[in-house]
Design a protein around this ligand. Structure first.
Ligand code: MN
Length: 565
């Protein structure tokens, strides 16, 4: 149950309170499947959005996020009442609902959602929406529960993680877990004696003891973090360890970050003097870094109440390096995956992927707090990209303004070369149509068709332009070759005599050679004439034979021939 008390801190005439009033009125008669008044849902979503530090426009949009779709209130009404900014956010959320995650590649779909959201605030409100829907998932019909849970694990939890919202990500996964793998979930609960909450509590008691002990050894840690492993994350780890729980030592874990390498070993000594180390579990990755460069001290101890506790100790520098290493690794994986999937995806696009990761990292680094970070999220590093679907639900990444021809070349050069038409969202559209994120594009091809020169005017991708140019060049030279010689021209100089022209044409007729051009001229004194005869291409032997025959005409003085082209 969500109360409305938190709304009181907002001014009465401000957008948040007014958005609440409108939403409450619009959803007045509606109920959730839980039987609660519908308004409890947008209220819960808005409260999360507020707690995560988003601006008032976002909180108002969260309150209004289901209004345009489910009630008589329209986007136009919201625009009039609340202005462009809020309607933009609500519209984004309404559009996101139309996206269907079916069997697409999950990574493609996540990227697509990010691009589609345009503004990261839309994405974060969407995550709050998903969080509350997961919390009330038990009220949904069974078959929809699984679809929702799957989408949450495949799409939304990883998105939350990438946005630096690790806690939300873990929470979402843990809520989906029992719906996706009920047997494994029950087994895990039975096997692990302490619940997640109990382990959290335990760590809260461990932390001050660790700090005190470090202080007693004159160590000033930069940070000491504790965490209890979440169920779904544990399940994934168990899958890698043959479901053998005795191989899992990090149900609770501690990370100590210090200033210097010397302090790392001093901290290790402090921990070992406090609690018994577990034999064979100490790893010195500072003296012997892992192959990927990872450096840290690892140990496992029997801590308070005899519980197994994993401890990592490293310097700030190592920590940052390790974190960045993971991101770099991730970026590399993305590139590898996508270039395998699609020819032509390499090059420019793989660089894009890396830029994507870097941008996200830089962003998070650039803002001191989560709140600041979230305040600044009205960015759109994807604004210049659109994501469209093939009929098979593959996502094609294109620059804004791209057309079906760009799309066709992105799929395959042969499809681009032979494309004659396009269906956008099921409707035949001109090849010059500007595509938008979310469009489903189908290309109509025709065997033997060639790109036309004006395609260069409206295509946006270098890939398309490159292929069009090379194909145009190819067909131009083919045309030249094919047209080759046009025919043969004979020039017969003669003593001007009446009837000469007929004798000439008779020679051609007898040899069954068509005349395509005939001209006869006489010189000023009407002494000599010149007859020009053109024919289609004929073999060289025939040209020679014709020359001989023409020379046999009594009035002929001279016969010449040349190939014309
Ligand atoms: Mn909703």
């Amino acid at each position: 149950m969500t109360g409305t008390e938190w709304l009181q801190s907002y001014p009465k005439e401000g957008v948040v309170r007014r958005a609440y009033d409108l939403a409450a009125l619009a959803h007045e008669d509606a109920k959730r499947l839980s039987g609660e008044p519908y308004i409890t849902h947008p209220l819960a979503v808005a409260e999360s959005v507020k707690d995560w530090g988003l601006d008032d426009d976002s909180v108002a949009a969260a309150l209004l996020h289901d209004v345009a779709e489910d009630t008589a209130v329209t986007l136009e009404d919201i625009r009039r009442e609340f202005g462009e900014e809020i309607v933009f956010l609500v519209e984004g959320l309404t559009k996101l609902k139309t996206l269907q995650y079916q069997n697409q590649n999950a990574e493609d779909f996540r990227r697509f959602i990010i691009a589609f959201a345009q503004d990261l605030r839309v994405l974060i409100i969407k995550l709050a929406d998903r969080l509350h829907n997961m919390r009330t998932l038990r009220y949904l019909p069974e078959e929809r529960q699984e679809i929702f849970a799957r989408e949450t694990v495949d799409i939304y939890a990883p998105l939350a993680y990438r946005l630096g919202m690790q806690k939300l990500s873990g929470e979402l996964e843990d809520m989906a877990f029992p719906y996706l793998y009920p047997t494994e979930y029950k087994w895990l609960l039975r096997e692990i004696k302490d619940t997640y909450e109990e382990r959290q509590d335990y760590m809260n008691r461990v932390l001050p003891i660790v700090r005190r002990e470090l202080g007693a050894h004159d160590i000033r840690p930069v940070a000491v973090d504790a965490r209890a492993k979440r169920y779904y994350s544990l399940y994934k780890k168990l899958l890698r360890h043959n479901m053998n729980l005795s191989e899992i030592y990090d149900l609770v874990a501690l990370r100590i970050i210090v200033g210097t390498v010397a302090e790392c070993y001093a901290a290790l000594g402090a921990i070992h003097s406090l609690w018994q180390p577990m034999p064979g579990r100490f790893k010195d990755y500072i003296a012997r870094p892992k192959a990927n460069g990872y450096r840290s001290l690892h140990t496992t101890v029997f801590a308070m109440d005899g519980k197994v506790l994993e401890v990592q100790i490293k310097t700030k520098e190592m920590h940052e390096e390790n974190e960045l290493g993971i991101a770099a690794h991730w970026a590399y994986e993305q590139v590898k995956k996508s270039s395998k999937k699609m020819e032509g995806w390499k090059g420019v696009n793989s660089k894009k992927e890396l830029i994507w990761v870097q941008q996200l990292q830089n962003w998070q680094k650039a803002f001191a707090t989560q709140k600041e970070f979230l305040e600044a999220v009205k960015i759109d590093f994807f604004k210049d990209r659109i994501f469209v679907f093939t009929p098979g639900n593959d996502v094609i990444d294109l620059p804004a303004g791209a057309t079906p021809v760009d799309f066709a070349y992105q799929i395959h050069s042969a499809i681009g070369d032979t494309c004659v038409g396009a269906k956008v969202n099921g409707k035949i559209m001109p090849l010059t149509t500007e595509l938008h994120s979310g469009d489903i594009v189908e290309i109509v091809t025709q065997k033997g068709k060639k790109p036309s020169e004006d395609w260069l005017q409206f295509t946006k991708t270098e890939m398309a332009k490159k292929h069009i140019r090379s194909k145009l060049k190819e067909s131009a030279s083919a045309l030249r070759k094919k047209s080759g010689p046009l025919g043969v021209e004979f020039r017969i100089v003669n003593v001007d005599q009446p009837g000469f022209l007929k004798e000439v044409t008779d020679v051609f007729a007898r040899n069954k050679i068509n005349i395509t051009f005939l001209n006869s001229q006489t010189d000023a004194r009407q002494k000599f004439g010149t007859v020009t005869v053109r024919t289609p291409v004929i073999p060289q032997a025939k040209i020679e034979k014709m020359t001989v025959s023409l020379k046999k005409i009594p009035s002929t003085k001279e016969v010449g021939s040349r190939i014309i082209s």
